[in-house]
Ligand binder design. Structure first.
Ligand code: PBG
Length: 330
């Protein structure tokens, strides 16, 4: 019979020594998650006292301006430095002109927020898809998204956000040359202090589905393959990021996050630049759905996911889970 007691192998490095207790594990932990790295996306709609839950995104709401102010303040009190605002205008047209209407929901929310809580860092999403009647991110000319005329519209939107008091404007459209055009226009008008976070490597992803319900921005025909990146490419992502940095981006973003951690890691390693990752709607909704079925432990899965995004190199994590995670971490 084999002897099973007290035989001790001579193993110099036993990794398990540092996994023995919670205290030891905490001392050697390499990646820390903290609410002050979160950016909280919010959907601003017209009206007063409106708090309408998005059916495909439990826990996420379309909020009127007063509710956005309250939600942002509550998030800030939980340690989250800033919010990223998306707008639901009350009118749409084929050039997306509500994107630069000074009285549209986003611009109104920025002013209200900056007045009530100037300490909240306000980022605004700059795109046309929420504002065009056809749901495309740009002007459609001869069946194609026309790059340069779209950039002109994006510049108008970014300038109107800066005029309302936004700290950071964030173009998510993936048109060529928009970062330089926005930088130039902001500087010309005295908004040289307003930063740009560019959605630099934004992929054409199926994981944006629930967002398009939240922001009412699904394209009525076609798709976004002519401007958003092919999920198969990573060298191209590095070129996109490089170009946006050269054009004047202050923060670069990789989006989505979970399925693109390799891209995120390369971007951070290559450029050492302030880097954001967007944990997008579909990634959030998948966890919510599985949790509702009792198939996963949601708090653990959420923190594991956010930790992985941070470990891969994100300085900023944009996530609908910001408040839930902050409460657990706090
Ligand atoms: C707008 C925009 C989208 C997202 C952020 N900005 C949708 C899209 O490109 O269709 C997606 C965010 C998410 O899924 O959470 N262009």
């Amino acid at each position: 019979m084999a002897q099973t007691t007290a035989s001790t192998l001579s193993i110099l490095h036993r990794g398990r020594r540092l996994r023995r207790t919670a205290g030891i594990r905490s001392l050697v932990r390499e990646t820390r998650l903290s609410p002050d790295t979160f950016l909280y996306p919010l959907f601003v709609c017209p009206g007063q006292g409106v708090r309408r839950e998005v059916s495909s995104m439990p826990g996420v709401f379309q909020l009127s301006v007063d509710e956005v102010v309250a939600e942002s303040a509550a998030a800030h009190a939980e340690g989250i430095p800033g919010v990223l605002l998306f707008g639901l205008p009350d009118r749409k047209d084929d050039v997306g002109s509500a994107a630069y209407d000074p009285d549209a929901p986003v611009q109104t929310a920025v002013r209200a927020l900056k007045q009530a809580h100037p300490e909240v860092v306000v980022f605004t999403d700059v795109c046309l898809c929420e504002y065009t009647s056809h749901g495309h991110c740009g002007l459609v000319i001869d069946g194609e998204i026309a790059n340069d005329p779209t950039v002109e519209q994006l510049v108008r939107a970014a300038v109107s956000h800066a005029a309302a008091g936004a700290d950071v404007v964030s173009p998510s459209d993936m048109m060529d040359g928009r970062v330089a055009a926005i930088r130039h226009a902001l500087d010309e008008r005295g908004y040289e202090h307003v930063a740009i976070m560019s959605y630099a490597a934004k992929y054409c992803s199926a994981f944006y589905g629930p967002f398009r319900e939240a922001a009412a921005s699904a394209p009525s025909f076609g798709d976004r393959r002519s401007h958003q990146m092919d999920p198969a490419n990573v060298d191209e992502a590095l070129r996109e990021v490089k170009q946006d940095i050269e054009e004047g981006a202050d923060i670069v973003m990789v989006k989505p996050a979970m399925a693109y951690l390799d891209v995120l890691s390369k971007v951070k390693d290559t450029f050492g630049y302030p880097t954001a990752a967007y944990h997008v709607s579909g990634e959030y909704s998948m966890l919510k759905a599985a949790a509702r079925h009792g198939w996963i432990d949601e708090p653990r899965a959420m923190l594991e996911t956010l930790t992985a995004i941070r470990r891969a190199g994100a300085d900023i994590i944009i996530t609908y889970y910001a408040r839930e995670a902050a409460r657990l971490l706090g």
